[in-house]
Design a protein around this ligand. Sequence first.
Ligand SMILES: Cc1cc2nc3c(=O)[nH]c(=O)nc-3n(C[C@H](O)[C@H](O)[C@H](O)COP(=O)(O)O)c2cc1C
Length: 364
Amino acid sequence: MYRFVFTQVLSRFDPEDVHHLTVRALHLLSVTPAVKRLVHRRLAPRDPALRVRAFGVHFPGPFGLAAGFDKDAGCVEAMSALGFGHVEVGTITAHAQPGNARPRLFRVPRARGIVNRMGFNNAGAGAAARVLSRPRGVPAVVGVNIGKTKVVPESEAVQDYVTSARELAPLADYLVVNVSSPNTPGLRDLQAVELLRPLLAAVKEVADATPRRTPLLVKIAPDLADDDVDAIADLALDLGLDGIIATNTTIRRDLDAGRAGRPDEHWDETGGLSGRPLKGRSLEVLRRLRARVGDRLTLVSVGGVEDADDVWERLLAGATLVQGYSAMIYEGPLWAHRIHRELSRRLRRRGVTDLREVIGLTAG
Ligand SMILES: Cc1cc2nc3c(=O)[nH]c(=O)nc-3n(C[C@H](O)[C@H](O)[C@H](O)COP(=O)(O)O)c2cc1C
């Protein structure tokens, strides 16, 4: 049904217009308590075997919504009701900013991917804090992903992240330092360990000072050299971080896209590529991280996840949590629900009652 609507209707419109319309519809769902609760009852993961505990937080299922969809935290309840086990909001910056000029979001449907150069369009940390402090009508696990305000010079980046962390860490189930988006000039340079160490140390101090001690993770790019992945893993262990999210979008275009025939019209647009073309590299980075850190850090795998098989593969490879975004554009609003339902069946077939039995099983 959704596929028909997508090919016949949605794909004819600008993807960002469709996104804004979707967010508005989800907002409507959020402000209708009875509907919201009903949808949650029908679609949110309920199988106890799907439950997973990571860095002290209980997740109803392992599959969550990656950052970038809910930039201003307005869809947390709706997306949780639709079946995501957690919602990572943001990227949020200390100051409100408009992002890059449109068009900045492109479908690459033959490759089942997305190219975006949004540039952290968001209403700022203060506005997000106001939204996140409202009581919720359905349970939701919320990660807050923070990034650098574009106009802030790199020399003041640490202070800028700290400002966001102060506003948002107390309201987050976990906090993510994003240093891996390709659309803010200089941002990915912060992945160099000598710059990353003081940044993460400063944000950690803020996260540690909240009443519940907010877990802290760092989100990395798929385009790092393998040695740099190792270096960040070592740094995360050294600083006592809770986990690593891998990966963000790629600036590469030489990845195997499984493209049939003609390349997609927007394949070569400037920006970060996500979806199916990212699958192989994302899994590779996960395996590298797992080999380096074992189960000492929580690994969150994201990039090219399309179905329950992909989630299963990431769990086996050592991810405790898995996220996705791009495939939802092609699969529709029931995507997360279907993935959890299929995972649930698979666990039952194998007689698995606790997801911990699966995580890292093939990681050696
Ligand atoms: C339109 C769009 C916007 C995104 N914005 C952000 C962002 O603001 N912060 C972030 O950390 N990741 C952002 N991402 C990256 C996703 O969180 C995810 O890491 C990446 O898309 C790979 O997952 P996927 O292949 O399932 O989409 C964005 C992705 C897309 C497609």
